[in-house]
Design a binder for this molecule. Structure first.
Ligand code: SAH
Ligand code: SF4
Length: 429
């Protein structure tokens, strides 16, 4: 989502006449689009700001702007005001669209501008987006989150759920298809609650049906799906729509009911397992990925074992694994029984080792099969090979020509590693 916001920022800057710089030393303006979901990302920003301070000493005309969800927090605003006076513009998540005006202002007034809105009343449509070139494009279908999981900062920095009107989403995707994009990924913190705030009664399943009707669009993906809102109607709809890919990112977070309750996730372990079963029955060959956290306050050895048991039971294709860290202002930050760093590290290592075993096993099961893929470009790790993506969101590297980019291809899977599959072309269309 942040990367998509960066595309928006880049689009607005290009509209203003800026061109992207090859190197930060050549830039006249540097915009940091920040994330505060986890501590590591935040720390990186302060390190980078320090280095940019040095650059600004050599190039006083350089404009430094900082946006994103870190900026949206009051204590960060204060810190920037007091300790990073050379940051020219601080803007938040609700006013990205005013950045061009803020740049005009800083050029004339040369005084630090801090402009953070507590919310945005209406969704701004029609902003120019400079998309990363490729086959796939991101499309936001909603903003914000109403769930207030107790560890999570997102609802505080992104505000309440707001859905875009279906017709605005459709016309954006039609435009993307006319530019040659093959695949869209619909974005929202919880796409399954799409439309709850609209008068029309259209829900996420209905939206998928409408998007599926767009001519020449090949593939539809979406993220993230909150398990508690994954309705039977949605499962059936997805299973019938051929353009909707067989991949669901379904963050579980923890395998223990005690922890799920303290996290305010709104489902139990049993509910989650039943949901997985329903999905697998309705959508054969579906790949499931997840987010999991260790070290949430109060997580005992037995709770952690429940998580390990759950991942063994579900056999996710892959997982993003995180160590819980305190986010200021969230309920979990004030909970007693914080888990020691030592325990957190030991648990994440065990979790990653187990998940890696499962992921590799899952990839091995693909060997010998044929997969319908779309070619995305040269492989990131070996420029002699090309890279394609399966409907189940796995990367396949294979020998092919550069002019295959954007084309559908049938690949016979011949090998694999933990991170990707290897294949050979059977049929290029
Ligand atoms: N809306 C998505 C998640 C967005 S944040 C959902 O509900 O699944 C992405 C992931 O970051 C979360 O799934 C969670 O696993 C992790 N995360 C969020 N807050 C965290 C925290 N305080 N510490 C560690 N990981 C966190
Ligand atoms: Fe955060 Fe929970 Fe909302 Fe996801 S659903 S963004 S984890 S509060």
């Amino acid at each position: 989502m942040n990367e998509h916001d960066s595309e928006l920022i880049a689009g607005m800057l290009e509209n203003k006449g800026y061109l992207s710089a090859e190197d930060q030393n050549d830039a006249d303006i540097i915009v940091l689009n920040t994330c505060c979901v986890r501590e590591t990302a935040e720390n990186k920003v302060f390190g980078l700001l320090g280095r940019l301070g040095q650059l600004k000493k050599q190039k006083p005309h350089l404009i430094i702007a900082m946006g994103g969800c870190m900026s949206q927090q009051e204590h960060i605003g204060l810190k920037i005001k007091q300790r990073f006076k050379y940051v020219d513009i601080l803007f938040g998540t609700h006013n990205i669209h005013v950045l061009p005006e803020l740049i005009d202002r800083i050029e004339s007034q040369k005084k630090q501008i801090i402009d953070i809105w507590s919310e945005q009343k209406d969704i701004k449509e029609g902003l120019s987006v400079k998309r990363f070139q490729g086959v796939r494009a991101w499309v936001s279908i909603m903003f914000g989150c109403n769930n207030f999981c107790t560890y999570c900062i997102v609802p505080y920095v992104r505000g309440r759920e707001k859905s875009r009107q279906p017709e605005d989403i459709i016309s954006e995707i039609e435009e993307l298809v006319s530019q040659g994009y093959q695949e869209v990924t619909l974005l929202g913190q919880n796409v399954n609650s799409y439309g709850k705030d609209l008068m029309s009664g259209i829900d996420f399943a209905d939206l998928l049906v409408m998007i599926s009707d767009i001519k020449d669009l090949n593939r539809i993906r979406y993220m993230t799906s909150h398990p508690k809102d994954f309705s039977d109607k949605l499962i059936i709809t997805i299973s019938h729509l051929s353009k909707v890919c067989e991949h669901i990112h379904l963050p579980v977070q923890a395998g223990s009911n005690n922890i799920l309750k303290r996290m305010n996730r709104g489902y139990t372990r049993e509910y989650y397992l039943e949901l997985v079963e329903k999905i697998r029955l309705a959508i054969p060959g579906v790949s499931l990925t997840t987010d999991i956290m260790v070290g949430f306050p109060g997580e005992s050895d037995a709770d952690f074992e429940d998580t390990i048991e759950l991942i063994k039971n579900v056999e996710f294709d892959s997982a993003f694994t995180f160590i819980y860290n305190k986010r200021r202002g969230t309920p979990a930050a004030g909970m007693e029984e914080q888990v020691s760093d030592e325990k957190k590290v030991a648990r994440i290592e065990e979790l990653i080792a187990m998940q890696n075993k499962i992921s590799l096993c899952k990839n091995k099961m693909e060997v010998g099969k044929t997969q319908s893929c779309i070619v995305e470009g040269p492989s990131k790790t070996n420029a002699d090979l090309m890279s394609a993506r399966t409907r189940t969101n796995k990367i396949v590297v294979f020998r092919g020509k550069r002019d295959m980019v954007g084309k559908p291809v049938q690949l016979h899977i011949t090998g694999c590693s933990l991170t990707h599959l290897e294949g050979e072309v059977i049929l290029a269309e």
